[in-house]
Write a protein that binds this ligand. Structure first.
Ligand code: SF4
Length: 370
């Protein structure tokens, strides 16, 4: 399994809660970035010559802010320099405020077969509070266009625990999204990230109380299950066969190469990261600096808490293969204790979170720290 991540760090404007590596841009900067990105991919593809690419993810930022020509050149660079599997999952994120019929047609022609639309909420008032650039109506139009040009695998991102959001609002968002029948729904709760305007305003944001937040969380599972979505990761739901293969690769710690500003890569257990300085990136600074190597213990912890995020959990056999030792000998006591508390369960050689374990997943993950 091998994946590519390609980062486009541009947005029309910054949402108030967002700490992703993205910013407003000029036409010149976008062109220079596209050039540097193509150059980076060409320069580094040789390292992965023997790898077949199973998934590609264009994230950001807002990748759909690239022009049709820029997207075309980028996809050509990828096709020419990588051996991409015929059935590869090729995803692109899209902000509904940037949907464009011609561009969507082009994206389909270029082989992009999965679209991830960032909606967040169905109420315009909430969207405005978040600093989003689009309305609900724009989402409806964007979604309609995506279907009409042939996207058959669409994810919609939504958020709960938003400032001023009531349980009824959230239920309305869920129902409104469900009426479109996307193949996949990602439902995250708002996290106040340091350095964002929301973090600065945290005292005055009127966030839902813990109990209401819990109700939103429970409602997600209940409504989506009733509509035929299964939860395959703590915050991700899919119709059968539409789990995001790219994200599963992250959680299963398989190899991926990242391209673009600040993009990280994970190759044979070692993490690398590109520079986060646009100036240096454009100068073609050698990318993929190795970050602090993971110790064996760090890698085991990561295996456990990334794997446990998925409802399928972790396999003792995979652990043995990766670390040459038994999971029981490292985590036996912890797993027995968690099982006694009803937070994890086992089936065959797999360990996974129970419903109660999902509710207190942060506590469970903390138990795996060595
Ligand atoms: S559109 Fe997405 S990446 Fe851009 S600022 Fe908003 S949340 Fe962040």
């Amino acid at each position: 399994m091998f994946s590519l991540y390609i980062h486009i760090p541009f947005c029309v404007r910054k949402c108030l809660y967002c700490d992703f590596l993205s910013d407003a841009y000029s036409t010149e900067l976008r062109a220079a970035y596209a050039e540097a990105l193509n150059a980076e991919i060409k320069r580094e593809a040789g390292f992965y010559r023997n790898r077949r690419v199973d998934t590609i993810f264009f994230g950001g930022g807002t990748p759909t802010l690239l022009t049709e020509e820029q997207l075309e050149e980028l996809m050509e660079t990828v096709w020419k320099n990588f051996d991409v599997a015929e059935d590869a999952e090729i995803s692109m994120e899209m902000n509904p405020g940037t949907a464009d019929w011609k561009k969507l047609v082009r994206m389909r022609q270029l082989g992009i077969n999965r679209l991830s639309i960032g909606l967040q909420a169905a109420e315009d008032e909430l969207l405005q509070k978040l600093g989003r650039i689009h309305t609900w109506k724009q989402f409806e139009e964007a979604y309609g266009m995506a279907r009409a040009v042939g996207f058959r695998n669409i994810n919609v991102d939504i958020m709960s625990a938003l400032p001023g959001q009531k349980l009824a609002d959230y239920e309305h968002t869920l129902q409104a999204v469900l009426s479109f029948e996307p193949e996949h729904i990602s439902a995250y709760s708002l996290i106040l990230e340091e350095g964002t305007p929301f973090y600065e305003q945290r005292e005055s944001l009127a966030l839902p109380e813990e109990e209401e937040e819990r109700q939103m969380y429970d409602l997600t599972e209940k409504l989506l299950r009733a509509e035929g979505y299964h939860r395959y990761e703590i915050s991700n739901y899919a119709k059968d066969g539409y789990e995001c293969r790219h994200n599963l690769a992250y959680w299963r710690r398989t190899d991926y190469a990242g391209f673009g500003l600040g993009a990280s890569s994970f190759i044979s257990g070692v993490r690398f990261q590109n520079t986060r300085s646009m100036e240096q990136y454009l100068m073609g600074k050698r990318s993929k600096e190795q970050v602090e190597p993971l110790s064996r213990e760090d890698a085991m912890e990561e295996f456990m808490f990334l794997g446990m995020r998925c409802m399928a959990g972790v396999s003792a056999e995979d652990f043995r293969q990766q670390f040459g030792t038994e999971m029981e000998s490292v985590y036996g006591k912890v797993l027995t204790e968690l099982e006694k508390q009803g937070l994890t369960a086992r089936e065959g050689d797999r360990f996974f979170l129970t419903k109660r374990g999902i509710d207190v997943s942060n506590y469970v993950f903390a138990q795996f720290l060595l």
